[in-house]
Design a protein around this ligand. Structure first.
Ligand code: ZN
Length: 71
């Protein structure tokens, strides 16, 4: 059903067939949702790859990065 819908809509705007993706976090193994909104955000930023980690792990990594001394 979904596949047919995607094919039918593919020649319309791409936004129409975007849907939430389920991704398993590389770090903690938790399944998280990569929402359409986030996908649009990624696209806007020019990021072509899906996130590999859940938000918690991404925040953690970001924090660790920020906490590192600049020197
Ligand atoms: Zn995680």
């Amino acid at each position: 059903m979904n596949l047919i819908k995607i094919k039918t809509l593919s020649w319309l705007t791409r936004k129409d067939y975007m849907e939430d993706k389920k991704i398993v976090c590389k770090d903690c193994g938790t399944e998280f949702v990569f929402t359409v909104k986030e996908q649009e955000f990624y696209k806007e930023k020019g990021l072509e790859n899906d996130p590999k980690r859940c938000k918690a792990c991404r925040d953690k990594r970001k924090q660790e990065k920020e906490n590192k001394p600049a020197k």
